[in-house]
Design a protein around this ligand. Structure first.
Ligand SMILES: [Zn+2]
Length: 413
């Protein structure tokens, strides 16, 4: 834990001076309406700091102060308080249908059943401590996102690409027009398939000109681009096209990782949950599309390749990373598994991993001024886990308390 900075802090008060304003209020009314506090043995703030016995004061949907007052609305004892976790790649809409098989467009499930299932998946993700996810993407995400935003359904904050771009028969001009359409439809970013699936080899599918059109137009529209790319050539093509973030990259070369570090292209590899989930739940996928024997063998091979890719990526100076699990049906509620994988199987520093899933991911979403850190002024997204994840990362599996936007969604001590 050499990188850990332990700081003793005096009371930190938000710019609005909410606590200071309390001084003039009669003592009986000191606890302002809508103000709650949460205290735990340790607080990991998301940016490398550990505070012992700190108390987080929340008013409405914001953190207003961090202090050391003894009393707290929620005293969480020996737990560790963290910023709400963020998953930069999560297919919240994917679910198993009433036949307990992966839902596809032709399985007879009606739209109401499908959306209700997706709401159930969102609940599992939130209960696992993930208060924000990025979904690349399904058109159905839109209603799920909007219902959750409006407080009509419990779930993580969702950013979605809506329908991704995978049709490589379109002209660059048509693609540019479709990017503008996607923005008008309410997409938060653009998702592009530049290569095949790992189950079919991962070769480049979009041309360099098509990628340049998609990523160039998205940038002109103020939208980030996430590019699914497995082969080294497809990763390089996406980097050359100025795309924002590369997903997967299972066959990426060291020289390309270095290029990404130099160009500021963010990389979002997966550690293992996505493969283990498919293989552990194989009967729910078997025989659907490319979920065949060959696809299964590719994913079995993918386990070792993924660990190697992440290990190499962590060692590249200046390479910006993201924590995206690629959680699909069966994996929701287990999104913390890649943190465990990164520490216990890749050998990553636990503090770096916790930062990756919080403040670093917030930055990848362009939301670092709102989420990913426990600090005054930030959204009150808090998670408490039993134990100390800096000593044993498996603590992130034991989420006991979840607050999102100041609202408590889990308190199971
Ligand atoms: Zn995905």
């Amino acid at each position: 834990m050499k990188s850990t900075r332990r700081i003793m802090l005096a009371t930190v008060v938000a710019a609005g001076g909410v606590l200071a304003a309390n001084a003039s209020v009669p003592s009986g009314l000191k606890a302002q309406v809508g103000t709650v506090s949460i205290r735990a043995a340790r607080l990991v703030d998301g940016t490398g700091n550990v505070l012992e016995n700190a108390r987080v004061v929340v008013r409405g949907d914001r953190i207003v102060a961090i202090d050391h007052e003894a009393t707290a609305t929620y005293d969480l004892g020996d737990m560790t308080l963290l910023p709400g976790f963020i998953d930069a790649h999560n297919h919240e809409y994917w679910h198993f249908n009433p036949q307990d098989r992966l839902h596809t467009g032709r399985d007879g499930e009606n739209p109401v059943q499908a959306e209700l299932s997706a709401a159930g998946e969102a609940w599992k993700t939130l209960q696992a401590g993930f208060t924000t996810i990025q979904s690349p993407g399904s058109p159905e995400d839109k209603d799920l996102r909007d219902w959750i935003d409006a407080g009509r359904l419990p779930g993580p904050r969702i950013l979605t690409s809506l329908a991704p771009f995978s049709n490589n028969r379109l002209s660059p001009d048509s693609m540019r027009a479709l990017v503008r359409l996607r923005k008008a439809q309410g997409a938060d970013f653009i998702k592009i398939f530049a290569s095949e699936s790992i189950r079919t080899g991962g070769a480049q599918t979009m041309s360099d000109a098509q990628l340049a059109a998609l990523c160039g137009e998205a940038q002109a529209q103020g939208l980030r681009t996430l590019v699914h790319a497995h082969s080294d050539a497809s990763v390089r093509a996406a980097v050359g096209a100025g795309c924002t973030q590369i997903e997967h990259g299972i066959f990426v070369a060291d020289s390309t990782l270095k290029l990404m570090g130099d160009t500021g292209t963010r990389f979002d590899p997966q550690c293992g949950l996505v493969f283990h989930n498919y293989l552990d739940n194989w009967s729910h996928f078997d025989g659907i599309g490319n979920y065949n024997a060959e696809g299964k063998a590719s994913m079995e091979k993918g386990i070792g390749l993924a660990l190697d890719v992440f290990k190499r990526a962590l060692a590249v100076p200046g390479l910006q990373l993201a924590y995206g699990t690629d959680a699909v049906a069966g994996a929701h509620g287990h999104e913390a598994e890649d943190m465990v994988c990164l520490v216990n199987e890749v050998g990553a520093d636990p503090m770096r991993v916790l930062e990756l899933a919080t403040s670093v991911n917030a930055k990848s979403l362009g939301m670092e001024d709102r989420i990913g850190t426990i600090a005054p002024g930030m959204a009150a997204d808090l998670v408490a886990v039993a134990g100390n994840p800096l000593e044993d990362i498996t603590a992130v599996r034991n989420v006991r308390f979840v607050m999102k936007g100041g609202k408590v969604y889990r308190n199971t001590r």
